[in-house]
Design a binder for this molecule. Structure first.
Ligand code: ZN
Ligand code: ZN
Length: 315
């Protein structure tokens, strides 16, 4: 007898597995579906908001994403945050890095500022108890791709020097490939991890964004395109190195190289696309996190509900 996920959250967590062990093993894992929430007000509020929306994982910025200045949150605010996460089973915790950071920049001054800011990202992620820090590899304008990648990795290694990173893992996010953006090709991401692991002991994995995949030419909207994309990810990245997927539909078509997130099911990936992505056997154990626009009040909850239905195959 196979175990079918027909309610959410799934009934058989690790504790329930014993009951079915005499028969066929239960193949599904606990689904992790979540959303990016704001830390405006307090860190704790971001966790409570995620729980209130029905998420069991979430992503935050650890400071304002468009400012260089940031400070490490106080111990009491981290304690309240951890308590809320525990109470609501919010795992994993993902932090997205600041938009201003460009470790790959050709300009030394920008790189220096970026390294300082990225060091701050790592310090806050560790202090807050994050599992993953998602970072964009940056923009290589004025250089070759190889020089850009080298600058990015040197920046990561310098920023991480001497830090006790604990369980924190850096996830390099794939991009739409607009202009001189690094990281839209799996080959580039592959090289970043291969060389990066020799330059720093900070663990390195990947975050794949479904909107960026489509925009960069990976057709995750079709059955055959998804199969090809997952196979390519397996071959070049290793699926075990991709713990987090950003679940965003795309306002722009396949290969547009434009990064515009759309509500789940309303863009070029569509409802069928998301049902196939969420039920793909190779992706079941990933944490799916929404970064969809909130144009109308309630859009966040609606998108999360849509993800849950997609994961049940009921979309
Ligand atoms: Zn993303
Ligand atoms: Zn994006």
């Amino acid at each position: 007898m196979q175990c079918v996920v027909d309610i959410w959250p799934p009934p058989c967590g690790p504790m329930a597995h014993g009951a079915s062990s005499a028969r066929e093993p239960c193949h599904h894992v606990s689904l992790r579906l979540g959303i990016h929430t704001s830390i405006a007000g307090s860190l704790e509020r971001s966790a409570l908001k995620a729980a209130e929306l029905g998420a069991n994982t979430f992503q935050i910025f650890s400071s304002s994403p468009r400012q260089w200045k940031a400070s490490v949150p106080s111990a009491p605010s981290v304690a309240l945050f951890e308590k809320a996460r525990k109470r609501h089973d919010l795992v994993p915790l993902v932090i997205h890095d600041n938009y201003l950071i460009n470790l790959a920049s050709v300009h030394e001054k920008t790189r220096d500022l970026s390294i300082q800011a990225f060091r701050g990202e790592l310090e806050r992620a560790i202090a807050i108890g994050a599992d993953y820090l998602v970072a964009h590899p940056g923009n290589y304008k004025g250089q070759t791709v190889e020089q850009g990648i080298l600058h990015f990795l040197e920046g990561v290694a310098t920023a991480a020097q001497g830090l006790a990173h604990g369980k924190l893992m850096l996830l390099i996010e794939n991009t739409a490939g607009a202009g001189a953006q690094l990281g839209s090709r799996f080959e580039e991401l592959h090289v970043m991890r291969e060389y990066g692991m020799k330059m720093t002991d900070l663990p390195i994995g990947f975050c794949l964004d479904t909107c960026h995949l489509l925009a960069s030419g990976h057709d995750v909207s079709t059955t055959s395109g998804l199969k090809q994309t997952v196979n390519e990810a397996e071959r070049l990245l290793g699926l075990e190195n991709v713990p987090v997927i950003h679940a965003n539909d795309s306002k722009t078509p396949l290969g547009s190289h434009v990064d515009r997130h759309e509500n789940i099911g309303q863009g070029y990936i569509g409802v069928d696309g998301f049902r196939r992505i969420l039920t793909h056997p190779g992706l079941r154990n990933k944490a799916f996190i929404l970064e969809t626009p909130v144009d109308q009040p309630g859009d966040d909850r609606k998108n999360l509900d849509t993800l849950k239905r997609a994961a049940r195959g009921a979309l």
